[in-house]
Write a protein that binds this ligand. Sequence first.
Ligand SMILES: Cc1cc2nc3c(=O)[nH]c(=O)nc-3n(C[C@H](O)[C@H](O)[C@H](O)COP(=O)(O)OP(=O)(O)OC[C@H]3O[C@@H](n4cnc5c(N)ncnc54)[C@H](O)[C@@H]3O)c2cc1C
Length: 252
Amino acid sequence: MATPGKNNDLALTKDARHWHEATLVKSEMTASDIKSLTFSVKNWTEHKPGQHYDIRLTSESGYQAARSYSIASPPNMKGLVEFGIQLLENGEVSPYLFDLQPGENVEIKGPLGGHFIWDDSMPGPLVLIGGGSGIVPFMSMIRHVRSKKINKKIILIVSAKTLDKIPYYKELESYKDKNIKIVYTLTSKSPPGWKGYEGRINMEMVSKELKDIRKEMPMVYICGPTQFVESIADGLIKLGLNSHEIRTERFG
Ligand SMILES: Cc1cc2nc3c(=O)[nH]c(=O)nc-3n(C[C@H](O)[C@H](O)[C@H](O)COP(=O)(O)OP(=O)(O)OC[C@H]3O[C@@H](n4cnc5c(N)ncnc54)[C@H](O)[C@@H]3O)c2cc1C
C-alpha cells in the first residue's frame, strides 16, 4: 500500500511541498519560440532528471496562476534551476514568463514527479522521444550523463515544425558521439539539403532507429503534447514494447 505523501518511486522532500521564491538570473532563446530561464532558488533541493516544478505568478490584485515546467538543468547545478518555456501567444502564463527580466521573482514548488524520472542506477540504453518543448526534461538527462561522464547509450528523437524551432539545437549537435545519437524530424518546412527526417514521427522511423538497441532493453521516455505522446506510446506497444519499458509525460 502506498504511504501517504509518498509515491512508489520517490518521496517528496518537505521543501518540495511549499512555494519558494526564485529569482531569474539568466534568460536566453534556445529556439525561435522557446526561452531558457535560469533561476536562483531559495531552499534548493537536488532533483532527478525528468522532474518538474510548478511555477506560480501573482498579479498586483492578488490573482494567481500556476503551471508545471520540466527541469532542463542537470542535478548538480547547486542553487540554480533552468526551465525551457515555449511561448503560447494566447496563453495565460507562458507570455509572462517569456517577458520576465533578470532580477524579477516568481514562486516555485518542487522538484515534483516520481514516475517520469531517470537516474544513473537504471540499466539499459535511453530512448528519448520529444515534440518541441517536450525535449526539455531530456536536456536534464543528457546533461547529467555528459557532466558525470556516464557510459550510457542514448537515442534522442526530436520533432519540431522547422529547424529554428528545435530547442537547444546547437548544444545537442555538440553532444553527438558514439554513445549519443540525435535524430531530427521537421513536420512543416525543411531547409535545402536537410539530412534529417521530414513529417511526423512514425513507427517506421522509430523501429528503424531502435533496431540496433532493441535487444538491450532500452527505457523509452516520451514527452510533449498529449496527442503526440499517446500516438507514439500506442505505436510502441504495437511494435512489441512492454508498457513498463515506456514512461510518458503529457504537457497538455
Ligand atoms: C509535467 C508538465 C511539464 C511541463 N513542462 C513544460 C516545459 O518544460 N515547457 C513548456 O513550455 N511547457 C511545459 N508544460 C506545459 C505548461 O505547464 C503550460 O501548459 C504551458 O506553458 C501553457 O500555459 P499557458 O498558461 O501559457 O497557456 P494556457 O492559458 O494554459 O493555454 C492556452 C491554450 O493553449 C493550449 N496549450 C497548452 N499547452 C500547449 C502546448 N504545449 N502546445 C499547444 N497548445 C497548448 C491549451 O490547451 C489552451 O487552449 C508542462 C506541463 C506539464 C503538465
